[in-house]
Design a binder for this molecule. Structure first.
Ligand code: HDD
Length: 709
């Protein structure tokens, strides 16, 4: 197969099902040409309507059945096509072609999602983000169904329905939508201390990413890599975005909810559409089998990460997303991921959360997509041939020839025949298991406090403040006093400084003890004592990789910069600045007091990208105020421009201005921040680029309370 064909194996496959109506005549689904789709068939112009009207019946019937059940979790998502390339062969660890053959460009389809909200909810909810990647490999489908946080809330799949029922809208009033800040969630969390680690990540800025393109991804569970000799290594998968890892503030998230509920979806689409293809490097933390028990935590416990200081992340390849879907429903909605879709060379561990997932994902597609033939939906079918003796069921597309649908057979020549391991047949890793059948939790899973504490210790001051604010907001929305008390008691076990801040915000004292056991989420006969606080270990003071400040890049590619311009603006200096940013692949929008065209001082007309009334500064990463006295006057006279700049300052963003626009910006708070490193007056494009790359000047946060926006 040529390289070109390999790269496009999936897009070529999808073409067989892609239709384009350009230049074509309208027909019914049965192929009959239609000459009127506006009027139903009637006895006389004023009715009655006739049942005979097959065109009306077909149109309405199809419409009536257009919706399918949304995903029970991760209902709101956005997808994109792309490919994966391997940097170096990993034969030492695995026999999977995708990780051994560096000449391949493996097609992928990725779906990002929020977890709790419905399909139509807003993108900026405080939530975990799903990060699911379908690799269409030459040996079959491999799905890496992960999240943007490296750990999960619970240790055993048995608790998944409880977790989700607690976070979803409360069942009496179906409130709140896409929000964890409510009683039932905290009732569950405060009784289930294994949730604390994932929960503190959700309280951090990781839960409000700037862009789906600017977040890390994690496979979470420990998986296995198995090489051609059958030797196994443990592995944790990581995605590292080359766009940097950036987040926004909660105040921005709340405002973006209203300004553009599709903010993340639009951002992903626009970036790919404009040729700014997002990229992630794939990393692996590889642990030899014999080191399984060398850690202070259990590798099978999905609420624990392996600090990168203990096992470095080996970067092995790169994923590029370079094509938007043609049809949201056909691709993004119908795609079906499954952590059990693995290829030879990749295998599972006994992580009890993973084991439960292996059941759930096929099961859910049966009600969501309606048939065990969901693998035949174009976006789900592999690029290699599939043959077996499974037959029939709803919506079967394949026309299987021949008399035999069983094995063994002689009538069909023994086909399809089996593949030996050497021929690429999947054989499960031969793990020795010698155990009693028990319904229990391993003692090695009982430390629920050390890693949340490690996470909190590893954050910078501003990140810690955001965590405290998030806890205060979320618990402030709870109405049951005893739930808040339990939470304060538990947070105090993670970090007393954090608990004090939250207690102050809630106007409560931290309780010295609470009624009943701290962790009630075990079986009746389980020893709840072993899950008590006070068991914190300090095996690492800090892990740098856990703080956003250590994950920044120098790139400003795809950042959105608003240029405030009024008629008569300084065309030369403004275009010089614009060109310099665009050279670095930033996206510049001219924001003016009105839509249509705006004239510069040379009377040249420029397209306005957004009239000020239609946009908000929370939708941009930085602001530039163009020079020119006439422009400054026009901006001063327009509503919302002052608020636009003030709000950007409040959110610690970079604001750059030309001093000839002083008449305008003297009305803003810019004058109070002239010594701020991210407030630039008459400075060079290079300085602006440097500050945008740093994302925000968080040092400003202590002085922005005076800004009333
Ligand atoms: Fe799950 C969807 C990620 C635990 C049951 N899950 C789903 C999606 C992602 C994850 C990204 C959306 C896929 C898409 O875009 O279509 N889930 C995770 C991660 C987990 C996890 C990272 C823990 C490490 N999930 C988990 C458990 C169960 C499920 C323990 C059940 C026992 N998840 C589902 C599901 C979903 C799903 C109900 C809903 C839609 C779907 O599967 O296709 O089966």
């Amino acid at each position: 197969m040529s390289d070109e064909k390999k790269e496009n194996a999936k897009s070529q496959d999808l073409k067989a099902n892609t239709k384009n109506a350009e230049g074509k005549t309208m027909t019914t689904n049965q192929g009959v040409k239609v000459n009127d789709t506006n009027n139903s068939l009637k006895a006389g112009e004023r009715g009655a309507s006739l049942l005979e009207d097959f065109i009306l019946r077909e149109k309405i019937t199809h419409f009536d059945h257009e919706r399918i059940p949304e995903r029970i979790v991760h209902a709101r998502g956005s997808g994109a096509h792309g490919y994966f390339e391997l940097y170096e062969g990993l034969e030492e660890y695995t026999r999977a072609g995708i990780f051994t053959d560096t000449s391949r460009k493996t097609p992928v389809f990725v779906r990002f999602s929020t977890v709790a909200g419905s399909k139509g909810s807003a993108d900026l909810a405080r939530d975990v983000r799903g990060f699911a990647v379908k690799f269409y490999t030459e040996e079959g489908i491999f799905d890496l169904v992960g999240n943007n946080m490296p750990i999960f809330f619970i240790q055993d799949a048995m608790k998944f329905p409880d977790l989700i029922h607690s976070v979803k809208p409360e069942p009496d009033r179906e409130i709140p939508q896409a929000a964890s800040a409510h009683d039932t969630f905290y009732d569950f969390v405060s009784h289930t201390t294994e949730t604390l680690h994932n929960h503190i990540w959700v309280m951090s800025d990781r839960a409000i990413p700037r862009s789906l393109r600017m977040m890390e991804g994690f496979g979470i569970h420990t998986f296995r890599l198995v090489n051609a000799e059958g030797k196994s290594h443990f592995v944790k998968f990581h995605w590292k975005p080359l766009q940097g890892t950036h987040s926004i503030t909660w105040d921005e998230a709340v405002k973006i909810h209203g300004a553009d509920a599709d903010f993340h979806r639009r951002d992903l689409w626009d970036a790919i559409d404009s040729g700014q293809f997002p990229e992630w490097e794939l990393g692996m933390q590889i642990v030899p089998e014999e080191d399984e028990h060398k850690f202070d935590f259990d590798l099978l416990d999905p609420t624990k990460l392996i600090p990168e200081e203990m096992v470095p992340v080996k970067i092995v390849g790169k994923m590029t997303l370079n094509r938007n879907p043609d049809n949201f429903f056909a691709e993004t909605e119908q795609v079906a991921f499954h952590p059990g879709h693995v290829v030879p060379g990749i295998d599972f561990t006994n992580d009890p959360l993973l084991q439960g997932r292996l059941f759930s994902y096929t099961d859910t597609q049966l009600s969501r997509l309606g048939s065990p033939n969901f693998h035949e939906i174009p976006i789900n079918r592999p690029v290699n041939e599939t043959h077996n003796n499974q037959r029939d069921a709803h919506m079967r597309m394949t026309i299987n020839k021949g008399k035999t649908a069983y094995f063994p057979n002689s009538i069909g020549g023994g086909c399809p025949h089996l593949a030996k391991m050497a021929e690429g047949g999947f054989t499960s890793y031969e793990e020795r298991i010698d155990a009693k059948k028990v319904r229990a939790r391993s003692e090695s899973f009982s430390d629920h406090y050390s890693q949340p504490a490690l996470f909190y210790r590893s954050l910078t001051d501003w990140e810690k403040e955001h965590v405290a604010d998030a806890y205060t907001f979320e618990l402030g929305k709870c109405t049951y006093e005893h739930i808040k008390k339990r939470m304060l008691y538990i947070i105090n076990q993670i970090d007393d400084e954090l608990a004090s801040k939250v207690a102050e915000g809630l106007g409560m004292d931290i309780p010295k003890k609470i009624d009943g056991p701290v962790n009630q989420a075990l079986g009746a006969d389980d020893d709840v004592e072993k899950h008590q606080p006070g068991k914190k270990k300090n095996y690492l003071e800090k892990s740098e990789a856990l703080s956003l400040t250590h994950l920044k890049t120098d790139s400003i590619a795809t950042r959105k910069i608003a240029f405030l311009v009024g008629d008569g603006f300084d065309g030369e200096a403004t275009m010089k600045m614009k060109d310099a940013l665009e050279k670095e692949h930033a996206m510049v929008h001219l924001v003016a007091p009105h839509g249509g065209k705006v004239k510069c001082d040379h009377d040249k007309e420029h397209d306005v990208d957004a009239a000020i009334m239609t946009t908000e500064s929370v939708l941009y990463d930085a602001v530039y105020i163009a020079g020119g006295e006439k422009s400054a006057k026009a901006l001063s006279n327009a509503p919302k421009t002052v608020k636009f700049v003030n709000e950007a300052l409040k959110h610690c963003k970079v604001v750059s201005a030309n001093s000839s626009a002083e008449e305008f910006y003297s009305h803003t708070f810019l004058k109070d921040f002239k010594d701020d490193k991210a407030v630039l007056i008459d400075q060079s494009p290079a300085d602006f680029v440097k500050q945008i790359a740093a994302h925000r000047n968080w040092d400003r946060r202590k002085q922005v309370d005076q800004i009333p926006v």
